[in-house]
Design a protein around this ligand. Structure first.
Ligand code: HAM
Length: 417
């Protein structure tokens, strides 16, 4: 008989780890909804054209897209990220600006799977469409920072850069390309290939051989005009004011082509360097226009769940909310009382579980222990006859006591809350 496993780079997230994932999203929701962001739930699948706008020269678009022609002859793709979908939704629905939204959910990139790099991965993120104000950049970056802090992470470095306006970025890339071509024979084979596709990405090379060449490369700072300089200065001022620590990194280039002006990355302290970006983002002032909408500035970030939870493991933080049940019902009198009592106590707000299949007392007590419950409620023939239950602590040496059935809920409430 043929059996099946998950596809490469795709994972089942099982309990209790899945509970930790929901807690992660809960912490994010709390952080951003208290700053006025509303959730957008966009489809996982869009016309491929939506994603092609994130950059014709990027690996995400040229090599990693999960695309296919559907039964209606439409060329569609599973989303590799959500910023483009949010901008498509903005153009489609024309909400009032500033439009401050957040999102979560899976994305798909056909990458070579390894620790921290998967073909299906989850993100949380925010986007703000409308304002051009650098104080929005500060709000967005600070929310990302505060969220990572709320998880308990301390070994995260915030890297900040600017890529200037389109024309400045363009002039910089032209000059960078000319410089890299003049040193082509010294570059690593991989960087020579990258140079042909996307010269900016050569700055991202971690290879030893490329480092001195990268150090001598022109930087964006030489190409910035008055407006970009003051935008970036105000962003730095705001981060200082909010006491968000950061490092300016003029070599910071991000994997997507739409970035203009402020760009940033949250680098984890522990994963291997290629996977150490827990999240990142920046301004993308022409993306909405590229998708057929009115000229609308935008900024946002996305943080990867998979990678950030690995960083939490490495730092020993964020175990997630404890979702263990409160009480396990053990019934050795046929099961009807367990059926009734579990339902009654659940309706009263307790977290309750029980055994099935008429197991022996010993096996039910084992299950109670494994369940993580704090108490077992034991129902035998004697208890049912006398209208009582036995309440037994599973986590302390309180022992067990007989409690009238009618008093059970009140007694549990005292003990559990
Ligand atoms: P990105 O840098 O491509 O940006 O992805 C953001 C985060 O998603 C990464 O830092 C990483 O944690 C996670 N991630 C990306 N690819 C993978 C993968 N193959 N496996 C596991 N995790 C992954 C964006 O997606 C932009 N949309 C961010 C943005 C929002 N820019 C402006 N607004």
């Amino acid at each position: 008989m043929r059996t099946f496993q998950t596809s490469p780079g795709m994972r089942d997230i099982l309990p209790p780890e899945s509970g930790r994932w929901s807690s992660f999203v809960d912490v994010f929701r709390m952080t951003v909804s208290s700053a006025g962001y509303g959730q957008v739930i966009a489809p996982l699948l869009e016309d491929i054209g939506v994603f092609q706008r994130v950059g014709e020269a990027t690996d995400v678009v040229t090599k990693e897209m999960y695309d296919f022609v559907d039964k209606g002859d439409r060329h569609v793709a599973l989303r590799p990220e959500q910023t483009a979908s949010i901008c498509r939704a903005f153009v489609q629905h024309r909400p009032a600006t500033p439009w401050k939204v957040w999102y979560t959910g899976p994305n798909f990139r056909y990458e070579k799977p390894q620790r921290g790099r998967y073909r299906q991965f989850d993100q949380v993120g925010i986007e703000v469409l409308g304002p051009d104000d650098p104080d929005v950049d500060v709000e967005v970056i600070a929310l990302g920072w505060d969220f990572l802090r709320a998880l308990g992470l301390h070994k995260v470095t915030l890297l900040v850069n600017t890529l200037g306006e389109s024309s400045e970025r363009g002039a910089f890339v032209t000059s960078l390309e000319a410089y890299l071509r003049s040193r082509k024979s010294e570059l690593s084979e991989e960087s020579v290939a990258t140079l042909e596709r996307n010269p900016l990405r050569v700055l991202d090379s971690k290879r030893e051989q490329d480092q001195t060449i990268i150090e001598g490369a022109p930087t964006i700072m030489e190409f910035l005009g008055e407006k970009s300089i003051s935008h970036f200065a105000r962003v730095r001022y705001g981060l200082d004011l909010l006491e968000v620590p950061y490092r300016i990194d003029n070599r910071l280039v991000r994997g997507l082509d739409y970035y203009r002006q402020t760009t940033f990355e949250f680098a984890g302290g522990t994963l291997e360097s290629a996977q150490n970006a827990l999240g990142g983002g920046g301004r993308y002032d022409s993306l909405v226009e590229d998708l057929g909408g009115p000229a609308t500035p935008g900024i946002g970030f996305a943080i990867g769940l998979d990678r950030t939870l690995l960083a939490c493991d490495d730092e020993g933080v964020f175990p997630g909310e404890n979702l263990d049940i409160d009480v396990f019902i053990v019934d050795t009198a046929g099961g009807s009382e367990a059926l009734r009592l579990t339902n009654q106590l659940r309706r009263e707000g307790f977290r309750i579980d029980r055994a099935f299949d008429n197991r022996s007392m010993k096996s039910q007590m084992k299950a109670a222990d494994r369940s993580g419950a704090k108490y077992a409620v034991i129902l035998g023939e004697d208890e049912i006859r006398s209208g009582t239950v036995l309440l037994k602590s599973l986590r302390s040496d309180e022992g067990q006591q007989s409690v009238p059935s009618g008093d059970l809920a009140a007694r549990l409430r005292e003990k559990i809350t």
